[in-house]
Design a protein around this ligand. Structure first.
Ligand code: ZN
Length: 77
C-alpha cells in the first residue's frame, strides 16, 4: 500500500494535470472507467504502482483507500 499526502502541487511534474490541481487519477487509464464520479479538484497526492506521482479528488481517494491501494489521508508515517 502506498502512502498518501495532502495534495501538494510541488510534488508533481510541472505542467501536468496534477500540478495544476486537477485529478490525474480520473484522467489516467487506471481511473478513466470511473471518470463520471470525478469531483475535479485534487485533495490527495500519492504514488501509483509505477511510483509516478498522481493526484486524486475526494472520490478517487475513497476508491483507492477502499481497494487498499493507498493509505487513508493523514495515516502515513
Ligand atoms: Zn477524480
Amino acid at each position: 500500500m502506498n502512502p498518501s499526502y495532502p495534495f501538494d502541487p510541488e510534488l508533481h511534474e510541472p505542467g501536468t494535470d496534477a500540478a495544476s490541481g486537477r485529478c490525474s487519477y480520473h484522467l489516467s487509464d487506471a481511473g478513466r472507467g470511473e471518470a463520471d464520479e470525478c469531483a475535479g479538484e485534487a485533495v490527495v497526492s500519492f504514488r501509483d504502482s509505477g511510483a509516478t506521482w498522481q493526484s486524486g479528488c475526494a472520490r478517487a481517494l475513497e476508491r483507492l483507500v477502499e481497494r487498499g491501494e493507498i493509505e487513508p489521508l493523514g495515516q502515513g508515517a
